[in-house]
Design a protein around this ligand. Structure first.
Ligand SMILES: Nc1nc2c(ncn2[C@@H]2O[C@H](COP(=O)(O)OP(=O)(O)OP(=O)(O)O)[C@@H](O)[C@H]2O)c(=O)[nH]1
Ligand SMILES: [Mg+2]
Length: 688
């Protein structure tokens, strides 16, 4: 590790590496483009298609059936002496648990825009996240072959939405059947705009990052683009240049040129911005720069987990520093015991080959290692135990479903499989509801959950019963109160005795549960305090008035009694639990409901009806914007409980054209009538 960039020349193997992620809206053509690049680079004899279900990256049966990518897939190409690592990601918002982590593994984000649809929400979102993560960005306008597309209009819109840094590297020509390079080339007739002017705009933008180049440019008039490599890389790194390329994955127009751009202009691992590693936890964590040098200690980051029903757990990773070799001993985070890399793989969709080593900047996979988990940092130096990547901002899953196996006896298997699926997808959550003994799954949307069920059915042959979506209510208190319980049992032989006094106080939203031991004079001996805490936490997890977990309170145990012979752990667990229940009942308990931030986009004409409907669902509109002409996106807040089956309603209001996304905003108390219903319903179940 060093503080500054090493002056040593770049290792030739590393200079030959490119890594990119194809991101952007569903249906933009990312998978088709990946296929076209594979074919063009000579890795495939002929390109497959999404329609025929034979692409390298959409290999999963469910992906073929839906004709959409559902998982990120890692591809690899060798061409012109270079090695390209490419990640194809799903565009549907429900699968950002797969697409966002891809941005942690590459030097360039390629944002693919669908020329037929203009700038869709996922394109804006990915532009933003890629910029936050310090990635170089390249925009590809795909489907230039499609009839009726307005390419000059779209280019103007891109510059309006993402800034004047968006400049075309090539322009469509001959009715979009090919594209003309504007960086190395200055002549030729394009379908719109002048190649010469586009060239000039690019060169001017690039030289701006370096005063010496500005001076040369002003005195010489033009500069040979081949001399502009260093300022070009700097402009990409600083977001001062966001190149735009045109392509058609279908006709092949612009694909060879895109490959050429990747090879000649995109950064190798030493030319991108360094990834955001931190050493240490919390506010004390310090930024750390990984060095893409083979001699350094190994530092690698797991950005994807594949839980294969037959092959076991596989971690897909990017090597950030050092050379990762087969048979190396690696440590996972702060684990003490190393594991051996017995299978080091290079992936090509579902296929893989064994490799001997991976250089910094390369993507590879380690198979059959149970210790691996999403976001793990692998290293070979105990000094590096507390290194991690700055966390990604994942949306919180709030769409819930209660599920159970159709066949009795499959409960345990279901639970194990669900946990494996959660390992793979950071936006999926499972929970065992203590109060109702149900298995709850939470995802980002209806599609996310529907596919989870299909996967259980098709991959794991598990038939599942579901109940209507459950809302993840919580309980809290709004006043301080005290509670007490004496647990005493005298049955024949040894008795059970434990007595607890405790106080509960409300804490701020999001504070969780704070447990404080304030007993004096050993009235509850130290060895029983964990039992009291266990009882308290059990009661909190089960909830008191409505059967939902209690949150945001401080519990202070301040008095109690024990018995030198009859005091037992179980007695204190029970006393702690019941004292808490007693205190909470007196502390003006409230039921909280999740409030979600919604963004609804639909044709302008439907917006009046949509906002009216949202208001009737206790929602509030906070703003609107127009992502593409004719479409309005309304942002607002609404209780999640009011949005059950919202897509059906939206379809009715917008002629099937509306879309919406939800993210958890915060929790708020439910209206008093709802609280009364939830409490009454819980009592009925309890009394059964
Ligand atoms: N006309 C035309 N159609 C294309 C082009 N590229 C892709 N398509 C079609 O667009 C549809 C979507 O393509 P995909 O490659 O699956 O898009 P994607 O971006 O991978 O979509 P997700 O996996 O859902 O994120 C398919 O029907 C493709 O055949 C193109 O350049 N021109
Ligand atoms: Mg795809």
């Amino acid at each position: 590790m060093a503080d500054s960039q090493s002056p040593s020349p770049v290792h030739p193997g590393i200079a030959a590496i490119r890594s990119l992620a194809l991101v952007g809206p569903a249906g933009a053509g990312k998978t088709s483009l990946a296929e076209a690049l594979l074919q063009r680079s000579g890795m495939l004899d002929s390109a497959g298609s999404v329609e025929r279900g034979n692409t390298v990256s959409d290999f999963d049966p469910l992906e073929k059936k839906l004709q959409h990518s559902l998982q990120s897939s890692v591809l690899h190409m060798e061409h012109a002496g270079l090695r390209l690592h490419l990640i194809d990601t799903p565009g549907a918002p429900d699968f950002v648990g797969q697409s966002l982590p891809a941005l942690e593994a590459v030097d360039t984000a390629v944002i693919v825009i669908n020329a037929q649809n203009g700038i869709e929400l996922m394109a804006s979102r990915m532009m933003e996240v890629a910029a936050q993560r310090g990635l170089d960005r390249l925009i590809v306008i795909n489907k230039i072959d499609a009839p009726g597309v307005d390419l000059p209009g779209l280019l103007a819109q891109l510059r309006e939405a993402f800034g004047r840094e968006c400049l075309p590297l090539n322009l469509p020509a001959e009715g979009a059947s090919r594209v003309l390079d504007c960086f190395f080339n200055i002549v030729g007739a394009s379908d719109f705009g002048s190649v010469g002017l586009a060239h000039q705009a690019l060169v001017e933008q690039v030289v701006e990052v370096d005063a010496a180049f500005v001076e040369r440019y002003l005195s010489e008039g033009d500069l040979d683009p081949r001399e502009l490599h260093a300022p070009l890389e700097q402009a990409l790194r600083e977001g001062h240049l966001i190149p735009v390329c045109f392509a058609s994955a279908k006709s092949g127009a612009g694909v060879a040129e895109l490959l050429d751009v990747i090879e000649r202009l995109l950064p190798h691992p030493g030319e991108g911005n360094p990834p955001q590693f931190l050493r240490g936890e919390g506010p004390e964590a310090l930024p750390l720069q990984a060095l893409p040098e083979p001699e350094a200690h190994v530092l690698a980051h797991v950005f994807k987990i594949v839980a294969d029903p037959y092959l076991g757990k596989m971690g897909v990773l990017r090597v950030h520093q050092g050379m990762l070799r087969k048979n190396a001993q690696l440590l996972v985070g702060h684990a003490r015991k190393p594991f051996r890399v017995s299978h080091l793989l290079r992936l090509q969709g579902k296929a893989h080959v064994e490799i001997e080593q991976a250089l910094p900047g390369e993507l590879c996979a380690i198979a059959k290692v149970e210790e691996l988990h999403f976001d793990a940092v692998l290293h070979d130096d105990p000094e590096d135990a507390h290194i991690h990547l700055a966390a990604l901002d994942f949306p919180v899953p709030v769409h819930g479903l209660a599920i159970s196996p159709a066949r009795h006896g499959d409960e345990q298997r279901l639970w194990e499989i669900l946990n494996r699926l959660v390992d793979e997808d950071p936006c999926l959550r499972v929970e065992q509801a203590a109060a109702t003994n149900e298995t709850l799954v939470y995802g980002l949307g209806e599609l996310h959950l529907r596919l989870l069920l299909e996967r259980l059915r098709e991959t794991y042959r598990l038939e599942i019963h579901t109940q209507p979506p459950r809302i993840a209510y919580r309980e809290t208190i709004s006043a301080a109160a005290e509670g007490h319980h004496r647990h005493k049992k005298q049955s024949g032989g040894a008795g059970q005795f434990g007595e607890v006094w405790l106080r509960v106080e409300p804490l701020a939203r999001g504070a969780g549960i704070e447990f404080v031991d304030a007993v004096k004079g050993g009235v509850i001996p130290g060895q029983f305090m964990p039992a009291v805490e266990k009882g308290v936490r059990q009661a909190c997890a089960a909830g008191v008035i409505s059967g939902h977990p209690l949150v945001d309170l401080r519990v202070t145990v301040f008095d109690g009694k024990h018995h030198s012979v009859d005091s037992k752990e179980v007695a204190f667990v029970s006393a702690g639990r019941k004292a808490l229940v007693a205190a909470v009942r007196e502390a003006r308990p409230l039921v909280l409901e999740p409030i979600v931030a919604v963004e609804i986009s639909a044709p302008e004409s439907a917006m009046g009806d949509i906002t009216g409907d949202l208001a009737a669902r206790r929602g509030q509109v906070s703003g609107t914007r127009s992502p593409v002409p004719g479409v309005i996106a309304v942002q607002g807040l609404a209780p999640l409980a009011e949005l059950a089956s919202y897509q059906n309603r939206l379809n009715a209001l917008s002629g099937g054209q509306g879309r919406y996304t939800l993210t958890l905003s915060h929790y708020e108390p439910v209206p008093p009538t709802t609280q009364a219903q939830l409490v009454a319903g819980y009592q009925l179940r309890e009394d059964d």
